[in-house]
Design a protein around this ligand. Structure first.
Ligand code: 5GP
Ligand code: ZN
Length: 116
């Protein structure tokens, strides 16, 4: 997946503002934040969309949940509260076709803070 921008970030071929990393995931700040905290959590394996998560990919999804918890703690929004968004396919607003969770927080969020 040479042309995938998030694979490049995961492989250290493109710079990012890294927040957290473990064996299966990496988390980094979104380049165009829509909230005071806007961090992306991605699997180190190229999984295009949420629909591509099957039994074999489930380890990566659970690792992403752990990574979200760590990001929330690192950013100091775990107790205040935060929102997690996965956009899937065109009408879901997905632009980058490498699975990612948006971790949004740092101010009071509303339903309008879902990403388009
Ligand atoms: P999507 O719409 O696919 O759910 O979200 C993709 C997100 O990736 C967007 O919020 C966008 O700002 C972010 N993004 C796109 N390219 C880059 C990049 O090169 N670096 C970082 N850190 N974020 C990116
Ligand atoms: Zn990728």
């Amino acid at each position: 997946m040479e042309e995938c921008i998030f694979c490049k970030i995961a492989n250290g071929l493109m710079p990012c503002m890294k927040v957290y990393e473990d064996e299966k995931t990496i988390a980094f700040d979104d380049i165009h934040p829509v909230t005071p905290v806007h961090t992306l959590v991605i699997p180190k394996r190229h999984i295009p969309t949420l629909l591509d998560v099957g039994t074999e990919e489930m380890d990566y999804l659970s690792a992403m949940v752990t990574a979200v918890q760590e990001v929330a703690r690192i950013k100091g929004i775990d107790q205040r509260g935060f929102k997690v968004v996965i956009n899937c396919n065109e009408e879901g607003g997905q632009v980058i076709y490498h699975l990612h969770m948006h971790v949004l927080g740092g101010r009071r969020l509303t339903l309008k803070d879902k990403l388009v």
